[in-house]
Design a protein around this ligand. Structure first.
Ligand SMILES: [Zn+2]
Length: 426
């Protein structure tokens, strides 16, 4: 059955971080949004309503768009909010022991289901996730996403050094397993495979070269990895790759830099790295709750956006401290403030939707409310708690009404979710 959602909507005609708000953001105070399996439209009219007398009508005074989380680690669901570590110790103390347990397909399936329950409750309708080195962890993720009809991105995490024995593959097995998984899942329904070396310190040059060769043969796939998250990590990379010009060069020299490259964090970039990333139009993914939680540093949102970088927003769970893209937007606001830039609500909303869709090169399918795009729609309650409601009640504009939900909202603000035009149960 078709759904007709009535209420105010937010869409985008361009990038508000580049083109000046509010021109790029389209707010309609009384739009309607059709949700039928396969497509959505923000422009339904009273005539449409008359033409579909049997449509189920939902009337919410709120905004509709599914969030896109451009960088996450679903296997870290159960270790979110673990205390007291910075990046390298975080991996050794919490991440690697947890990821070892994904050798058990039943465990992987259980966590994948739990992860999607959590992200959907938070209004996230697309994620791009790392899995573990185990091919079964990819199967668990994609099987669960497929069952729910989600557009999703993921890949087998590849590591052949500086990790426990149980989490190490080889250059050949990383290539072969990734290729097999890619051939099984990439382009199947709404699923996309992502070639996924964890980061330079856990791959040998041979492994990066093998994955570079795989990507060269499958350039329609994305390639995701981590870049310049913490200063001691960067020093470690320099010691492991003494001939590299910089951190980015450890990827570039093995064929792992191109338009479909998606780099998580990118905090401590050198001028050559910034210029080169911009030149090839690679994607940078800002993970603000992770960057503050693990003590990594401040992403230069304002400067990088003004320079025209392709920027997405992400939770980076479980290094990030929340499954909520609302909480993530709040953290992005706070991090940008520390850098001297106050991001407008339209810019924050754009980062969490169309910006992340652009970072994943899926903006022709998701991330916006526009005719022909896929109907991943959420209903956001702009008065979900007493504290938010009393502030929103004094707002004169949608943006002023939306901002308290961005700063203080959580899963209670997500009233309903449609995935691919189908309403989610519960
Ligand atoms: Zn990460």
């Amino acid at each position: 059955m078709a759904d007709l959602l009535l209420g105010q909507t937010i869409g985008f005609a361009g990038n508000p971080m580049l083109e000046g708000r509010p021109g790029a953001a389209r707010h309609s105070a009384a739009a309607a949004c059709w949700s039928t399996p396969g497509a959505s439209s923000p422009s339904a009219t009273a005539d449409d309503r008359a033409a579909h007398p049997r449509a189920r009508v939902t009337d919410w005074p709120s905004a509709h768009l599914g969030f896109v989380d451009a960088h996450a680690h679903y296997p870290q669901t159960a270790i979110i909010a673990s205390w007291g570590k910075r990046l390298i110790d975080w991996l050794n103390s919490y991440t690697f022991p947890e990821e070892i347990s994904f050798a058990d397909p039943a465990h992987a399936a259980e966590i994948a289901a739990r992860y999607f329950d959590l992200v959907l409750a938070n209004g996230t309708t697309t994620v791009c996730s790392y899995c573990t080195i185990h091919p079964g962890s990819v199967t668990a993720f994609f099987s669960e996403a497929e069952r729910r009809g989600l557009r999703a991105f993921a890949g087998k995490t590849c590591m052949d050094r500086n990790a426990p024995e149980a989490l190490r593959d080889t250059p050949q097995s990383a290539h072969d397993d990734s290729k097999r998984l890619l051939e099984t899942w990439h382009g199947r329904g709404r699923l996309s495979y992502v070639i996924t070396p964890r980061f330079s310190p856990t791959s040998t040059p041979d492994q990066l070269a093998a994955l570079g060769a795989l990507w060269a043969g499958h350039p329609d796939c994305l390639m995701q990895t981590h870049l310049s998250e913490q200063t001691d990590e960067i020093a470690w990379v320099k010691s492991l790759y003494p001939d590299a010009r910089d951190y980015l060069d450890t990827y570039e020299s093995f064929g792992l830099l191109g338009p479909g490259a998606v780099f998580g964090h990118a905090i401590h970039l050198e001028p050559r790295e910034e210029a080169r990333l911009r030149e090839v139009d690679a994607s940078l993914v800002h993970c603000p709750t992770s960057n503050t939680f693990i003590g990594s540093g401040l992403f230069a949102t304002g400067r990088l956006a003004a320079a025209g970088h392709r920027i997405g927003l992400a939770t980076d769970t479980g290094g990030g401290s929340s499954f909520s893209m609302l909480r993530t937007m709040a953290a992005a606001y706070e991090v940008a403030q520390l850098g001297g830039r106050a991001l407008h609500p339209s810019e924050l909303w754009w980062l969490a939707t169309l910006g992340s869709a652009r970072a994943l090169r899926a903006d022709d399918r998701i991330g916006n409310l526009a005719p022909g795009l896929e109907a991943d729609i959420i209903v956001v309650d702009l008065a979900s708690t007493p504290a938010i409601a009393q502030r929103a009640a004094r707002a004169d504009t949608l943006w002023e009404a939306l901002f308290p939900t961005i700063m203080m909202g959580d899963d209670r603000a997500i009233r309903d979710v449609w995935v691919g035009g189908r309403r989610q149960a519960g």
